[in-house]
Design a protein around this ligand. Structure first.
Ligand code: DX5
Ligand code: ZN
Length: 221
């Protein structure tokens, strides 16, 4: 099992003070910045683009930035986010006509490629390209909004994905996104996740440090 990474989703951050808020959550113990890009087309919501990613880098954020593209099509934005300082770039396979080509584009631009599966999309869909992924992200809510409830059948998908990754001897990170809290993170880890996106559970807490510490304690216990 790989080490556990906590990835706060800036969808729930204070967007008017984004640089400060991201600096604080990292100082309070977060590992990765999860950056939700929505286009009001692939998902029914609109967030931020590569300029904001670039601005975070310029502000001095050096932690890995995990760009979750909920956009269609993906290739133009892959290039722009790579140039803007993204570390991981993940996209939904339904949003690219040529998934292998888009993954290759991410790698060619020097970023770490990943795919994201919606709750109803089977894990088997990405099996042929699993070896090309640095990250496999399973959605545990329908994408588009923070603050939704964790969908329990995603645990079965995590177990399936973990078995496939281990069976093939890969280092692919297995990330979960949606409805993660200190109360359910231990079960999610037992099902095989090693990277945990949490938006409202961290940015909605009075203390980011205490929310993150509760998650780490649950993961350690
Ligand atoms: C939803 C996003 C998530 C979201 C998670 O489409 O991909 O990253 O911000 O938020 P919480 O943790 O509040 O469910
Ligand atoms: Zn996300």
């Amino acid at each position: 099992m790989q080490d556990f990474l906590i990835a706060p989703s800036i969808l729930s951050a204070d967007l008017a003070r984004l640089g400060e808020d991201v600096t604080k959550v990292l100082a309070d113990g977060a590992d990765v910045v999860h950056f939700d890009v929505m286009d009001n087309h692939y998902v029914p919501n609109l967030t931020f683009g590569p300029m904001v990613c670039k601005a975070l880098r310029k502000y001095g954020i050096t932690a890995p930035i995990d760009v979750h593209l909920m956009v269609e099509p993906v290739d133009d934005l892959i290039v722009q986010f790579a140039d803007a300082g993204a570390t991981y770039i993940t996209f939904h396979p339904e949003a690219s006509k040529h998934v292998d080509r888009s993954l290759q584009l991410i790698a060619d631009k020097g970023c770490k490629p990943g795919l994201v599966l919606n709750p109803a999309t089977p894990v088997s869909l990405i099996e042929p390209v699993l070896h090309k992924l640095d990250m496999l992200l399973l959605m545990s809510v329908n994408p588009g909004f923070g603050g939704q409830k964790f969908i329990p059948y995603t645990l079965d998908k995590l177990r399936e994905a973990r078995a496939l990754i281990d069976q093939k001897g890969l280092n692919t990170r297995l990330e979960i996104d949606g409805g993660v809290t200190p109360a359910n993170i231990a079960d999610i880890a037992r099902a095989g996740a090693d990277t945990f996106v949490a938006g409202s559970a961290i940015f909605g807490a009075d203390s980011y440090a205490s929310a993150i510490n509760k998650m780490r304690d649950a993961l350690a216990g």
